[in-house]
Design a protein around this ligand. Structure first.
Ligand code: SPV
Ligand code: MG
Length: 656
């Protein structure tokens, strides 16, 4: 190497602006948790020792000088160091070897002893080649060309194999053969070892023997150091499992974290207790994280196409289950530009599960749940609520998820309908089921869910009673009550004008809303005024006049109802209301006009879509059918196909 090594040993040649061959190797060892290093020295011994210490790496060094370095080969250096090297697995590497992290990682992951080879590199004239028979390396040297592959002096040796080779090295040196390759001794005992080729293909693993080698390695190393790695996170707390996988990922390249947006977290898992900006900061402050970007959907595709990372790192837990299609999409997108998915075993430490459960429990704590409805409306623009009338239907609303084109969909809130609550009790929807019983339903649902609750308060009853209802609902952690502007005996709205229904006066209903707002104790609780004239067919002007008056009286949201299939009058109301009021949330219940999609409602300015009765309407016919089948067949066999297996139904119920 001429002048480049005139003042220090070769391993101290710079291979990048901040690394020498040796510092690069030593940092790699630290990154992979190897802290005991034996270095044999010769040429410029003290300079090398001082240099190693100046690196301030957390390594335990043992330096062994070969006093005859000028007239012997490294077989003798190993011999000099044999006491420090005995009785352990070792990594053996030459001081002029530069390799990328993945090569070291593969060697460490290998179950047997191995030596780095490359099946894609041409056979070198002068450098090491390995002769492979069956699956084992039989000979290593510079003169073998048949059945040989290019090989590099990087070995991972299991203690039993190393003991065999070291024993033969000792015999060589003790009988004075000290000026040959250590591999000569290896070749004599290779049949007693299980030494396998570790095919590094085109990965960087190269010795530096000439200035040309140095230039090539520098260029390749610089490319390696530009590699980027992408990982996606949504976590609100960092535990050791996260740090462990981040540490693995950063060894592969510069780490970019895709942090899921609040909306994506809310639709994928549950409402984030810690908002995106804080989760982003948390990630940015983890050592080794170079950049944090927002990932707006569960799908990685958009970010991968934009950032083109060389690697995506993930735990292997997504090979099955809900995330399987997301994983496949990642593989497909990576294949499009030559990226690679690297998966590490998922850490399933039970204490992480406990942490998650504690976190989940926090979501259902009073005061955490109540305010979440407003936040969801602000965050998502449009949110959905699904009817539940019991613990089990609450769980269906809580747990049902659909993955579509990289996005997860789940209901945002629970609607406790007077119709379905009454129907479940076999009663008509005429406010016959009293508040005590309705609160019992709320409690059953609350106990097993975490999503915010919207309560159907019918007309709210007498103003004097409504103020108590408001406080009770707040105490129970309900997020919103919806009351309708009717008086007298309440009948379900969907009867329309076929039954006698009396509309409340604007003044009286405004007074009820205002009294409710005065009574409430928390700032998050919402009172929504439900306007019935479209049901009662009184016309749009009346509806609009009522809507603005109710907002003026303090209503936090307006629900507009219609029993027509044609959404025209709903759309007209939304358009005209939004022309004057851009912010008050609008709630719709599209039971009749069920062809309108959530997207269309959102574009028009609607904020909450309530699916008011579909679980009830789908569940009871199925039960009737099962009952009829048993009566018809005088046994249960025929009805079994209609039933959910017991195994599945019990998975719906949480253990604690
Ligand atoms: C309910 O679900 O009880 C409602 C909505 O009040 S509707 O039945 O559409 O009137
Ligand atoms: Mg109702």
């Amino acid at each position: 190497m001429g002048a480049i090594t005139s003042e220090h040993p070769k391993c101290m040649i710079e291979v990048s602006y901040k690394e020498t061959i040796l510092s690069h190797q030593l940092s790699q060892l630290v990154a992979y948790g190897i802290f005991d290093v034996v270095i044999t020295t010769g040429y410029y011994d003290q300079i090398l020792v001082d240099y190693c210490r100046s690196l301030h790496l957390p390594l335990k060094f043992t330096f062994v000088n070969n006093p005859d370095y000028a007239s012997t080969n490294y077989i003798y250096s190993i011999y000099c160091a044999c006491e420090a090297l005995r009785d352990d697995d070792i990594l053996l590497m030459h001081g002029d070897l530069v390799f990328e992290n993945l090569v070291l990682e593969a060697a460490l992951d290998c179950d047997t002893s191995c030596m780095a080879v490359s099946s894609t590199a041409p056979l070198p004239d002068k450098d090491f080649k390995a002769v492979v028979e069956q699956v084992r390396i039989r000979q290593v040297g510079i003169d073998f060309f048949d059945h040989a592959v290019a090989a590099q002096p990087l070995y991972k040796l299991k203690r039993e194999d190393w003991a065999v080779w070291l024993g033969r090295i000792e015999q060589y040196c003790e009988r004075g053969e000290r000026n040959c390759y250590a591999e000569r001794a290896l070749n004599e005992v290779s049949d007693l070892m299980d030494l396998r080729p570790l095919d590094c293909k085109d990965r960087l693993c190269a010795e530096i023997d000439t200035p040309e080698d140095l230039e090539t390695v520098k260029a390749r190393l610089s490319k390696v150091s530009e590699r980027t790695v992408y990982m996606c996170f949504s976590t609100e707390y960092i535990h050791f499992g996260h740090i462990a996988i981040i540490n693995k990922a950063r060894r592969l390249g510069r780490l970019i974290i895709g942090e899921l947006s609040d909306e994506a977290v809310a639709s994928y898992k549950r409402f984030p207790l810690i908002p995106y900006e804080e989760r982003k900061t948390l990630m940015e402050n983890i050592e080794g994280v170079e950049r944090v970007v927002e990932q707006q959907t569960l799908s990685y595709a958009d970010n991968l196409r934009r950032l083109k990372p060389d690697y995506v790192v993930h735990g292997d837990d997504w090979c099955e289950g809900f995330q399987k299609p997301i994983r496949q999409e990642v593989i497909d997108v990576l294949a499009g530009y030559g990226g690679q998915l690297v998966e590490y075993p998922y850490s399933s430490d039970p204490k992480y599960k406990e942490l998650d459960a504690a976190h989940r429990a926090e979501l259902s704590m009073p005061d955490v749940r109540r305010g979440r409805l407003r936040k969801l409306i602000n965050m998502k623009g449009l949110m959905t609520a699904m009817e539940a009338h019991s613990g089990i239907t609450g769980l269906i609303v809580e747990k049902t998820k659909v993955l579509q084109k990289g996005k997860t969909y789940q209901f945002d809130a629970v609607w406790i309908s007077s119709l379905c609550d009454s129907t479940a009790k076999g009663k008509p929807d005429i406010a016959l089921v009293d508040m005590t019983s309705r609160f019992r339903t709320i409690d059953d649902i609350m106990e097993v869910t975490t999503k915010p609750i919207i309560f159907d308060g019918d007309t709210g009853g007498l103003t004097e009673h409504f103020v108590y209802t408001v406080r009770s609902l707040e105490r129970m952690d309900v997020s919103m009550v919806i009351i309708e502007d009717k008086t007298g005996l309440k009948k379900n709205s969907l009867f329309g004008t076929s039954v006698k229904q009396t509309q409340d006066s604007i003044e009286h209903f405004c007074e009820k809303i205002a009294a409710g707002k005065r009574a409430q104790k928390t700032k998050e609780f919402m009172i929504c005024a439900r306007i019935e004239p479209l049901i009662l067919e009184r016309g749009m002007e009346d509806v609009l006049q009522r809507a603005f008056a109710f907002v003026g009286a303090g209503a936090d949201a307006i629900m507009i109802h219609s029993r027509r299939k044609d959404p025209a009058e709903i759309f007209e109301f939304v358009g005209r209301f939004r022309a004057q009021d851009k912010t008050t949330p609008i709630v719709v219940v599209p039971t009749s006009c069920n062809s309108v999609t959530e997207d269309e409602f959102k574009q028009r300015g609607v904020n909450v879509v309530i699916y008011a009765n579909q679980l009830t309407r789908s569940g009871f016919p199925a039960m009737q059918q099962a009952a009829r089948s048993i009566l018809e067949h005088h046994r249960a066999k025929e009805c079994d196909a209609m039933c959910m297996p017991i195994k599945e139904i019990i998975t719906l119920i949480p253990e604690e």
